[in-house]
Design a protein. Structure first.
Lengths: 87, 159
């Protein structure tokens, strides 16, 4: 399976900085990470690649569309059995 | 979750940015559909570029907001989904069909956890209500990086 995350130590090696610096970037929100426990973090590989990429952040805009009725979300939930009997 | 119109716009754009900083392509940007009743459905979809042939990973964040007086909005429904096709699994956090969910599942929120997409051991798991889409992104990314199983056996089945 393709590697999906780096540890802070691995990121520190890749960037040539200290693990403390990596943790600082995680804590200030610049480097997205998954907190597995109080002291364990995982940095998703795509998040690391985005962090080091030179591609500028996109300027997102919301596209608005008028519709007759907004669609319901998710899969339909079946009615309870009692309702089915009396329906 | 209640926001002003301006805060809501910033929040939705922030979700797209959060997916971008995690390496997801948010190609079409956030989409908002609004109807004459005043409801607005927002959709933000991020796709990960995966090796060819492995299928793609997708995170979709969908929310329905209802208007309140004084140009404020309330999030009434949500559907936050991870489709991890390379590993054939799915994780999701839902709040929809409130009354029906309450009656059928005894909970307005539920979760989906499919160790194999399309083959759930249980259709609805007991869920926790997520405060916002940012928390959902954190949970879905945690599922994506998880090397072991998704942990469906430790969840409470509602069906």
């Amino acid at each position: 399976m393709t590697k999906r995350f780096y540890t802070p130590q691995e990121v520190a090696q890749l960037l040539g900085v200290s693990p403390t610096t990596v943790m600082s970037r995680i804590h200030d929100g610049a480097l997205p990470a998954v907190r597995v426990s109080d002291r364990i973090y995982r940095i998703p590989v795509p998040a690391f690649e985005r962090f080091v990429s030179t591609r500028p952040a996109p300027e997102f805009q919301i596209t608005y569309r008028r519709v007759k009725r907004v669609k319901k979300l998710g899969e339909p939930i079946a009615a309870p059995a009692d309702d089915l009997i009396t329906a | 979750m209640i926001l002003s119109t301006q805060s809501l716009n910033q929040y939705i754009l922030g979700l797209a940015k959060a997916l971008d900083t995690r390496g997801f392509d948010v190609e079409s940007g956030p989409i908002a559909e609004f109807d004459p009743a005043g409801y607005v459905a927002y959709s933000v979809v991020g796709v990960l570029q995966e090796p060819p042939g492995s299928g793609r990973t997708e995170i979709s964040l969908d929310e329905i907001w209802h208007p309140l007086p004084e140009r404020r909005w309330e999030r009434r429904e949500y559907s936050y989904d991870l489709l991890d096709r390379p590993r054939h699994r799915r994780r999701a956090f839902h709040l929809h069909d409130r009354e029906l969910a309450e009656a059928a599942l005894r909970s307005i929120v539920h979760e989906h956890c499919e160790e194999v997409i399309g083959q759930p051991a249980c259709r609805h798991y007991l869920g926790r209500e997520l405060p916002d889409g940012y928390q959902a992104i954190d949970f879905l990314m945690a599922a994506w990086v998880e090397p072991g199983d998704l942990g469906s056996s430790s969840l409470v089945c509602l069906d």
